[in-house]
Design a protein around this ligand. Structure first.
Ligand code: 8YV
Length: 314
């Protein structure tokens, strides 16, 4: 029996490649811009693409694979994929929700603590010998018991809030609807949320609907003692407004895992002492990346067998 073809796009780990090769005739491309270089006859017969990456996968790319029926995304966020264009072409899109919640929430908490307790500077203080020369590092700020705002109380936002409740923090959140959670305060708009808290954690999905939601006005409402943590998508924050506020000390700091133009981030971030920067590694543990790959392949297998998709988007 001939095995189905599968196009896998992205920087996969060896275990994902091996698993896909075991089940399919795999055509692995490093990035989506290599798609037109696959022979036309091959593109004409492929029905499924396993996609990993943050470059746009739009209608034009879908049209290069005319028999395409599935784009299985590696990641919960699918803002790189034009879902409307996919739906218009009868192409199903799937993602990998759930399996990464813990890791992304863990990183959000780690970023909050790293920013407030200046963990990176503390490490430098030891390594540079400054501790021995000058003694104690400057005092930093207390996190436990503070007021935190979760912007987006979805699966990941909820995990972050649960963790921070354990830090005795006052929990505020913005979501589409009031979730009526005892002890947590709902805010109907991001400005009201920012005004009520010292720490704003961005956990919303990316895409056009949330673009620039953390606006200059929201940043202003957060105030001079405010800290922003972002583990979702760079696009949710008005990045120039954030940079202006950080440079002019109109907020206290930021801790960011995601940026507008990854991995070539705005160099203005690199000059700032009051930011913690991470290379979009929220889901980046071996266990979670394995689980994400497995869920992606379950979607591919279900589609090719004509079964119900485990985690459909459209
Ligand atoms: C990436 C992510 O998918 O799940 C998401 O939405 O942003 C990440 O888990 C991961 O970096 C692989 O590209």
């Amino acid at each position: 029996m001939t095995r189905p073809d599968l196009i896998a796009i992205g920087a996969y780990n060896s275990w994902d490649i091996e698993a896909m090769e075991a089940a399919y005739t795999l055509h692995h491309l490093p990035a989506i811009d290599a798609l037109p270089r696959l022979p036309e006859a091959l593109r004409g017969q492929v029905r499924a693409v396993a996609y990993q990456g943050h470059h746009a996968f739009g209608g034009a790319e879908m049209d290069l694979v005319p028999a395409l029926g599935l784009i299985a995304n590696f990641g919960v966020g699918y803002d790189a994929i034009d879902v409307e264009a996919a739906t218009a072409r009868g192409v199903k899109v799937t993602n990998t929700p759930g399996v990464l919640n813990d890791d992304v929430a863990d990183l959000a908490v780690a970023l909050l603590l790293a920013q407030g307790r200046r963990i990176v500077q503390g490490s430098d203080w030891v390594r540079s010998g400054t501790w021995a020369k000058k003694g104690e590092m400057p005092l930093n700020r207390k996190i436990s018991g503070g007021r935190v705002g979760i912007l987006g109380l979805g699966r990941i936002g909820r995990e972050i809030a649960n963790r921070l409740a354990g830090f005795k923090m006052e929990i505020h959140y913005f979501a589409r609807t009031d979730r009526d959670i005892t002890g947590w305060t709902f805010h109907a708009d991001p400005v009201s949320l920012a005004r009520a808290v010292d720490y704003l954690i961005v956990a919303l999905v990316g895409g056009p609907a949330t673009k620039g939601l953390v606006s200059a006005e929201v940043i202003r409402a957060l105030g001079r003692e405010g800290v922003i943590v972002n583990i979702s998508r760079g696009t949710v924050i008005d990045e120039p407004a954030l940079l202006d506020a950080l440079e002019n000390r109109r907020i206290a700091g930021a801790a960011l895992d995601v940026f507008v133009s990854e991995p070539n981030i705005d160099p203005r971030f690199l000059a700032l002492e009051n930011v913690v920067l991470q290379p979009h590694q929220g889901s980046g543990t071996v266990a979670t990346r394995m689980a994400m790959g497995e869920l992606q392949r379950k979607n591919v297998a279900a589609f090719l067998a004509g079964r119900e998709l485990p985690t459909p988007v459209n």
